[in-house]
Design a protein around this ligand. Structure first.
Ligand code: PHE
Length: 334
């Protein structure tokens, strides 16, 4: 990642009872789907970059190659996650050892980036969560974190108090982003709780007969700003799930498809194109059969196709004559 190779024994430790990283997760480290411009995750990341570049004249720094292996301090303490919060459990989070985890959100980088002097940034990366199995959950997915610090001049001239100012700015920004990505789409704001923001909100989008949560956000807790000497400032933050957004945008019915290298999936997307709709295909890989047979006036290609239809019905999608050698037809069935 970013020039650093992650070895198996960096994350899988059979001798450490705290370690719960399986090989299936190790195999995803460093894949970085968000850095592939022709992959739906990369396409949507670039579309969000465009929105921020155009509306904020490139004032947001873009960071996308931070290692997903972080300390528990980065992942939890720095963003004020309480000591007894469920997300700290071995049931919810992948632990490398008692002090080290695979980040479960890109919020793990808020504090270090503030400390390094960043004031407006977008951090994108793969995040890891132990979770149930269904079409919208996968133990690895991609998030983009947005963070924006304001100074007293910003809210003073608005006449609003600083928290309200930040909350309004945040919602306006994200509603603008949603319409940049989706045009007209049904969405709603839901009040919620995060340890690192107050007030906190979730944005849900109507997708396939249900409300789908696509991002969490809110006004940053003062405690986080104070750690970086920003006690006179106010900030907002959001964390959005790129898979969820891409599922809605491209009409992709299952989160597992993002990991497919089947060309029936990958060939449907092109760099910079976020207007395409995914065309579903069978979950099973295609199976090709080559068949050769003799033709004569009484047994033609069409006669052969009738035999195939009679036996296989519509399972055979295509029958193609490859060549004809001395009255012998070679056909490929798919
Ligand atoms: N980290 C939160 C999550 O993963 C999302 C979030 C980010 C919420 C920033 C508020 C502010 O669910």
């Amino acid at each position: 990642i970013g020039g650093v190779t992650i070895a198996r024994n960096d994350v899988v430790r059979e001798d450490d009872p705290t370690n719960n990283v399986p090989d299936s997760i190790f195999s995803k480290l460093g894949v970085q789907l968000h850095r592939r411009d022709k992959h739906p995750i990369g396409i949507i990341k670039n579309a969000i970059y465009d929105y921020f570049d155009n509306n904020y004249s490139k004032m947001f720094d873009k960071i996308e190659d931070l290692s997903p292996i972080v300390t528990t301090k980065q992942n939890f303490d720095d963003v004020l996650v309480p000591a007894d919060h469920v997300s700290r459990s071995l049931n919810d989070t992948y632990y490398v050892d008692s002090q080290t985890v695979l980040r479960c959100h890109t919020s793990a980088h808020q504090a270090e980036l503030l400390r390094k002097g960043h004031r407006r940034f977008l951090v994108t990366g793969d995040v890891y969560r132990r979770d149930s199995i269904d079409s919208t959950h996968y133990p690895v997915f991609h998030q983009m974190e947005g963070f924006c610090v304001f100074s007293p001049e910003d809210w003073k001239e608005s006449g609003m108090d600083s928290t309200l100012y930040a909350a309004e700015d945040l919602k306006k920004c994200l509603e603008g982003l949603a319409s940049h990505l989706f045009g007209a789409v049904e969405m709603r704001w839901v009040d919620t709780y995060f340890p690192f923001t107050n007030p906190s909100f979730e944005l849900e989008i109507y997708f396939k007969d249900d409300w789908l949560e696509v991002l969490g956000c809110g006004v940053t807790e003062q405690g986080i700003l104070k750690q970086s000497g920003l006690e006179n400032n106010v900030a907002w933050a959001f964390g959005l799930g790129l898979e969820r957004l891409a599922m809605v945008l491209f009409d992709i019915p299952d989160i597992r498809l993002f990991w497919s290298d089947d060309e029936r999936f990958t060939s449907q997307f092109a760099e910079g194109d976020f207007g395409v709709k995914f065309k579903p295909f069978s979950k099973y890989p295609p199976c090709y059969k080559d068949i050769s047979f003799w033709i004569s006036e009484s047994f033609t290609e069409n006669n052969f196709c009738e035999v195939v239809r009679g036996i296989a019905g519509d399972l055979v999608e295509e029958s193609k004559v490859r060549d004809e050698v001395e009255s012998k037809l070679n056909v490929e069935l798919r």
